[in-house]
Ligand binder design. Structure first.
Ligand SMILES: [Zn+2]
Length: 295
């Protein structure tokens, strides 16, 4: 049995050796202490990011035969190219799959997909639901919308317009009224002058009116973007993953969605928080790479 390597590059880089739909051996990260590495990639030149990914691939692969390498990367990915990456601008335009393949000395073919799509594929694979419509919001500095099965199109759900207020302009892409500009980690820090989002949510729970109003807005924004997905593709389960998934109050989110989706055939969606986003994305990237390259 040959192996596949899965990689997630989101706030940091994580990689693992994958056999079927599970990780074998330890997951390796860059930086090694990834908990302290929030958004560490934003300061790195493109060549260093490519190098870091390649080194991790070699580290987890060891001497095993590798059939394919799958890399989940933030942004608009098309045929191995990073067409756009609002939170990692230095990688925009990079032929990432080819560069990685070169650094790896052609050892194995490389497949690059959107990071949130990798999480969605990982959720589907680990639940034995490959082929079932699986949608996930990844909540970090950027906001990702992952969908499995992967379809043609752009699917930049983090940039869905959820506000017509022209003052809502904190999205990493510069667009006005975007979901990420309200619920993204970076945007929250800009809004609250570098206060940590956890602290803002805590103060809301303790009755601070400004923080509480923001927490309501935060949930309504995520519900609004979810409602858009429901109005396009129908109801279903929506997964919540990534470093800020712990901020979600599922009851508040479900209540806001209930107010926004009223047609009876479209009701009945549910939210589920998943942990271990790194592991799910590694598995998803590997599974999608294997399906695409090996078949
Ligand atoms: Zn945006």
């Amino acid at each position: 049995m040959a192996y596949t390597v899965g990689v997630l590059a989101m706030e940091h880089v994580a990689a693992g050796l994958v056999e079927h739909d599970r990780v074998v051996g330890a997951i390796q990260t860059f930086p090694a202490d990834a908990r302290d590495g929030a958004s560490v990639l934003t300061a790195l030149p493109e060549a260093d990011i490519t190098e870091a990914i390649a080194r991790l691939v070699e580290q987890v692969a060891g001497s095993h035969p590798i059939e394919a390498v799958g890399v989940g990367f933030p942004g608009v990915i098309r045929e191995g190219m990073v067409d756009e990456s609002p939170n990692l601008q230095q990688v925009k335009g990079s032929p990432l799959a080819r560069r990685l393949s070169d650094v790896l000395g052609g050892r194995s073919p490389v497949f690059v997909l959107n990071d949130a799509d990798a999480v969605a594929a990982g959720i589907a694979a680990t639940r034995g639901e490959i082929g079932t419509l699986t949608r996930v919001w990844t909540l970090g500095s950027g906001i990702g919308f992952g969908r499995h099965p992967h379809g043609p199109g752009v699917w930049e759900g983090g940039h869905i317009v959820v506000s017509l207020d022209p003052k809502e302009s904190l999205c990493g892409c510069g667009g006005v009224g975007h979901l990420e500009g309200i619920i993204g980690h970076r945007a929250m820090r800009l809004r609250f002058l570098d206060r940590e989002p956890e602290e803002v949510f805590e103060q809301a729970a303790q009755g601070d009116a400004v923080c509480a109003a923001f927490v309501r807005l935060w949930h309504r924004a995520l519900a609004a973007a979810t409602a858009t997905s429901v109005h396009f593709e129908g109801p279903g389960r929506f997964f919540l993953a990534g470093p800020n998934a712990g901020l979600v109050d599922r009851a508040q989110l479900a209540s806001a969605l209930h107010d926004m989706v009223t047609m009876s055939p479209l009701q009945g969606s549910a939210f589920e928080v998943v942990t271990k986003s790194d592991e799910l994305a590694i598995i998803g990237a590997a599974v999608e790479a294997h399906r695409t390259i090996v078949g």
